[in-house]
Design a protein around this ligand. Structure first.
Ligand code: ADP
Length: 484
């Protein structure tokens, strides 16, 4: 069997045809209904206590921080009240040792220190004035309201209260689990004496939805926010009466005048028990070797953190087979460094998939460059480049088609297609932004769901919601400070 035949055979295992999409949608609706009714289900369907979406007229200066993946972001947002805003931002790589060892105190003090340097650099006047007032009156209240975007599963019982259910995306600090993450951050902030109040706990997906709603308010506001970055998740507007588990939450308190609340689906954990999700030997091995086997099974097939690793495992199987992908022989002068990331778990970044997918030239020069830059592979043959392209296309397309499942399920189960209104969806994340034709593959699958079809797909407006976590968190902090 030739290399291309074998790559094509592997690619076939990644196919995700229409009937599987349809089964996926039915099962998603079942699991999401279950999640609205009780705690502890696969789809967490977390009530966020955010009961309205903005309309673009909101005003003020707010702080927002975002802990969600590879980076910690700190920003201040000035809302102008006319759908526009100014944003000042800094982005800090989170040291790996703080993510997966150490204590929650180490992590949160690190975060508070980043907030302090941000304030000193960008808002020093306010910072100094506050310190002065504090010296004169230790109870002086002149605080920045801060929205804390925390993109891990939490059990929220109020707008700035929520306990961590579990870590995902490579984080693992056991002593934080079960604790209120707003209190952990506020304690660290107070320890450094900063003029900051943690006003709202925000999931980045909810932030994406809010930011989109502020910047492009339609007649009905934004309905759904979705992230396809390091992880994947979605949030949407649900009728409060359908969130029946709220009745059992004795500590829940919120204003129900709109009759709606944003639900954070936590869809990364859709179908953890694998009743409908497609799988391959590479998915199974990736899961078994991960630090959280058996959970986030949907995310492990869809998001940026995992697609590179799926590809790495597929490439490695071809490298180790008789076909000897990237091994020199009499016809090929290919070389691969022993230190290549191909041999290292999590070594392959998903941006490589985008570069490979984007190259449609005859001699695939960009793929050759990407292989050299990412994997220290020199002189790959054309056939080898074609083989990797086949695999990448299969893995990326499956991820995009899978992404249509929650979208179709949420839009149909909430009956959004019953009217002629546009359904506005805000999306964020490097995968949806940069992976070529991600939205196109997703829409193909959406149209294959009979309840959506071509007509339904036309009503769905999808737009990138940039800087969503910053602006969205600021908007939620604003709502929370008005309520306080
Ligand atoms: P985060 O989700 O951490 O806030 P991003 O939305 O930038 O940040 O997502 C980062 C993830 O996206 C990483 O897993 C990375 O591998 C992946 N990624 C980065 N660049 C690209 C790209 N050009 N194409 C596809 N995936 C990418």
């Amino acid at each position: 069997m030739s290399l291309l035949d074998q790559a094509t055979r592997i690619a076939r295992d990644f196919e995700y045809p229409a009937e599987q999409v349809q089964r996926g949608v039915k099962e998603y609706i079942r699991q999401s209904d279950e999640g609205l009714g009780k705690e502890g289900t696969t789809l967490s369907q977390i009530p966020t206590f955010v009961t309205a979406v903005p309309n673009g007229t909101e005003k003020g200066l707010y702080l927002a921080v975002d802990l969600g993946g590879t980076n910690f972001r700190v920003c201040s947002v000035l809302l102008h009240g006319d759908t526009t805003f100014s944003l000042t931002q800094s982005k800090i790589l989170i040291p790996r040792e703080l993510m997966a060892s150490g204590t929650s105190k180490d992590l949160f003090l690190f975060l508070a220190r980043q907030i302090e340097s941000f304030l000193r650099i960008h808002h020093n006047e306010h910072f100094e004035a506050h310190q002065l007032r504090r010296r004169e009156d230790s109870n002086a209240e002149d605080l920045f309201d801060l929205g804390f975007t925390f993109s891990f599963p939490v059990r929220q019982c109020g707008i700035n209260r929520g306990t961590l259910i579990r870590w995902t995306k490579g984080f693992n600090i056991p002593d934080a689990v079960g604790h209120d993450v707003c209190a952990l951050l506020q304690n660290a902030i107070d320890e450094l004496n900063l003029p900051v109040r943690v006003a709202a706990l925000v999931n980045d997906t909810v932030g994406t939805l809010m930011a989109r709603s502020y910047t492009s308010p339609g007649e009905t506001g934004t309905f759904l926010g979705a992230i396809f970055g390091t992880g994947t998740n979605g949030a949407y507007v649900e009728k409060t009466k359908n969130i029946t588990k709220l009745q059992h939450m004795k500590d829940a308190h919120f204003d129900n005048s709109t009759g709606e609340m944003i639900i954070n689906a936590e869809w990364g954990s859709f179908d953890n028990h694998m009743s409908v999700l497609p799988t391959t030997v590479f998915d199974d091995e990736l899961d078994a070797d991960s630090n959280n086997p058996g959970v986030q099974m949907f995310e492990k097939r869809v998001s940026g953190m995992f697609l590179g690793e799926i590809l790495r495992r597929a490439l490695l199987s071809l490298h180790n087979s008789d076909l000897g992908l990237f091994k020199a022989n009499k016809d090929s002068k290919v070389t691969i460094s022993e230190k290549s990331m191909l041999f290292r778990q999590w070594g392959l970044d998903t941006s490589l998939l985008s570069s490979v997918e984007a190259d449609s030239s005859k001699d695939l020069v960009d793929i050759k460059t990407a292989l050299r830059d990412h994997l220290e592979i020199e002189n790959p043959s054309l056939e080898e480049c074609q083989a990797i392209k086949i695999l990448v296309h299969a893995i990326g397309k499956r991820a995009a088609r899978l992404s249509a499942v929650p979208l179709a399920a949420i839009i149909t189960s909430t009956n959004k297609l019953a009217t002629d209104d546009i359904i506005d969806v805000g999306v964020d994340g490097s995968l949806v932004e940069f992976y070529p034709n991600f939205e196109g593959h997703m829409r193909d699958a959406l149209r294959e769901v009979p309840e959506v079809g071509v007509a339904g797909d036309k009503k769905i407006r999808i737009g990138i919601s940039k800087d969503g976590s910053g602006v969205g968190a600021a908007l939620i902090a604003l709502v929370a400070s008005k309520d306080a």
